[in-house]
Ligand binder design. Sequence first.
Ligand code: HEC
Length: 175
Amino acid sequence: MAPTGGPVVRLALPLVLLAVLLACGALAAAAITEEEARRLFEELRCNTCHVEGGIASPWEEVLEEVGEEWPAEYATIDDAARDVEYMGQKMFRDFSHLMEVMGRNVGAPEDKLRQLEDFFRELFERGKAEAAEAKPAPEAARPGDRGAELAMVVVAAVAIAVIVAAAVYLATRRR
Ligand code: HEC
């Protein structure tokens, strides 16, 4: 018999580590918050054009458009992107293409651009869900809401606790 509680504990440890890794992965996959998105928008210099009095809508209006007007009018964010007039013509194949062109405007690195794209896609989906419920969008329900992330961490923590408890129970029962 192994001195450290036997095979059950040795099996449980990797499981616990896996649970922790999964929890971290879930957090990393969650969309960035509205505040983080706005900062990224500035950091990438999207606001060269997207500014009050500029050639494109300022941040607040982009938010409203993607999060409220598009969901009310279009089935998907890709349909909406195909309808965007850019330099006098509709030229985007889908929303990813729109973001790719936007990114090229400022030489944005791909990972940061992807974060913004994911943020906008989630914003649109939330708007869609809210339009379906036919009630005004509550401020707290915006994507990247820390509450949702916190809930995921709690769920992961509970899962880890259950695994540990089960492992300890099984290990002690053997003795
Ligand atoms: C060279 C100017 C320019 C730059 C730089 C630019 N955009 Fe745009 N963008 C436009 C124009 C023009 C439109 C089309 C209509 C509008 O917003 O008035 C547009 C449209 C959009 C739309 C569709 C929603 C909307 O308001 O029509 C999104 C989303 C967007 N841009 C994101 C970005 C992001 C993110 C960046 C930075 C990576 C960026 N843009 C940089 C000019 C620019």
